[in-house]
Design a protein around this ligand. Structure first.
Ligand code: KG4
Ligand code: ZN
Length: 362
């Protein structure tokens, strides 16, 4: 293992799910400069199957990465000789898909004698906020809402996290995807629901807000549950269909989007207020949703909580956020990862530092 040099231009690869992505980001004395961000989405291919097919994802990453690497270098006007470090997402995600990015990253690092950094995908999402104009300084609360995770995380300092709340069943993005399927809308469900919901009445269908009960009575204040909401949507759809009426897609989509947004906003604000945190960050694919973004800003303002939203382009999976996370690790003096570091479908966020241990966790 080596320390990376001071001038830091880093190339990052992201292949944890159904987006193949390569980005080059430069750290200019603490200011991140995005030199290029290339993304090849596989969503169209997976849409035929109604969700992500892991084998197809791996094969498509393998086909896409060489082209994306070429495009990234051409677009930035750089060659590999200008690059100081290589990063790739190594956990959590689909193992086969992660392996393609990780092996490609380590091969590049070996070929060009560069340090390699394995990145935690969720640390990448958290770092997407650093790509905005005015990134917050810790401590702050993060609502991370993606296809696989719905979590409230306290960022104590760079690389130090405490998980304060999470979904006890489906992630919010997963609920968007499943409800879209129920409504006959394409995958990924979030953007499809958002388009249709714009034309609907968000108060038309009363829907449950999914609370999680404590064993001794009462509810967990920062916990989420979306499976009951999904079932309630199913019941609505079945009852409308059995009455022979046509589905009011717009109203159903708007009511669903409204209740998910209300739950995400109210529990995040409750958590921030309880914890005495006056900065709230929102990242992840679902954070691209305009109704949710607006509601978060409006409601937080009433409580004097400052809201920081990840730029829309960096909410859904991308490699720029992976580069930002890796550059932060370099900035805090973390050593690079071992070349023996593998990949893992699971890794808790508070174990992300283990990716830089001389004896890798996997
Ligand atoms: O962060 P992401 O790209 O991948 C994961 O790490 O999971 O998030 C993808 C999720 C999908 O479930 C997708 O339906 C949802 O984010 N999503 C949205 C929107 N754009 C993507 N959900 C609501 N509104 C959107 N505009
Ligand atoms: Zn993601």
């Amino acid at each position: 293992m080596r320390y990376a040099p001071k001038a830091q231009t880093l190339i990052a690869l992201e292949t944890s799910c159904d987006e193949s992505a390569v980005a080059i980001v430069r750290n200019n004395v603490g200011h991140l400069e995005l030199l290029t961000s290339q993304i090849a989405s596989q969503a169209g291919e997976h849409a035929k199957w109604g969700g992500v097919v892991p084998e197809i994802a791996s094969r498509m990453h393998l086909e896409a990465l060489p082209l994306l690497l070429e495009e990234a270098l051409a677009d930035s006007g750089l060659s590999m000789e200008d690059i100081d470090a290589v990063a790739a997402t190594v956990a959590p995600g689909l193992s086969g898909a992660l392996l393609i990015g990780s092996v490609t990253g380590r091969t590049l690092a070996s070929l060009y004698d560069l340090p390699f950094l394995g990145v935690h995908h969720l640390e990448g999402h958290l770092a997407s906020i650093l790509l905005g104009d005015n990134p917050p300084k810790p401590p702050y609360l993060v609502l991370l809402v993606s296809g696989g995770h719905t979590e409230l995380i306290k960022v104590i300092s760079e690389g130090k996290y405490t998980l304060l709340g999470r979904s006890h069943d489906d992630a919010a993005g997963e609920a968007f995807d499943k409800v879209a399927r129920l409504l006959g809308l394409p995958y990924p469900g979030g953007p499809a629901i958002e388009v249709v919901a714009k034309l609907g009445d968000s108060r038309k269908f009363p829907l449950p807000k999914g609370r999680v009960s404590k064993p001794g009575g009462g509810f967990y204040r920062y916990a989420f549950s979306f499976s009951g909401l999904k079932t309630a949507m199913l019941r609505q759809v079945e009852s409308i269909k059995s009455s022979g009426k046509t589905l009011p897609l717009e109203d159903l989509a708007a009511s669903f989007e409204q209740v998910v947004s209300e739950v995400l906003v109210s529990r995040s604000l409750c958590c921030a207020l309880d914890q005495g945190l006056n900065k709230l960050v929102m990242v992840g694919g679902v954070a691209a949703n305009q109704r949710l973004r607006k509601m978060m800003i409006d409601k937080a303002y009433k409580h004097s909580i400052e809201v920081y939203l990840a730029p829309k382009a960096f909410c859904t999976d991308n490699a720029a956020m992976i580069a930002a996370a890796a550059l932060s690790r370099l900035g805090t003096g973390s050593l690079s990862s071992s070349m023996q570091l593998g990949v893992s479908p699971r890794l808790a966020l508070d174990e992300a530092s283990s990716l830089y241990n001389s004896i890798p966790p996997f």
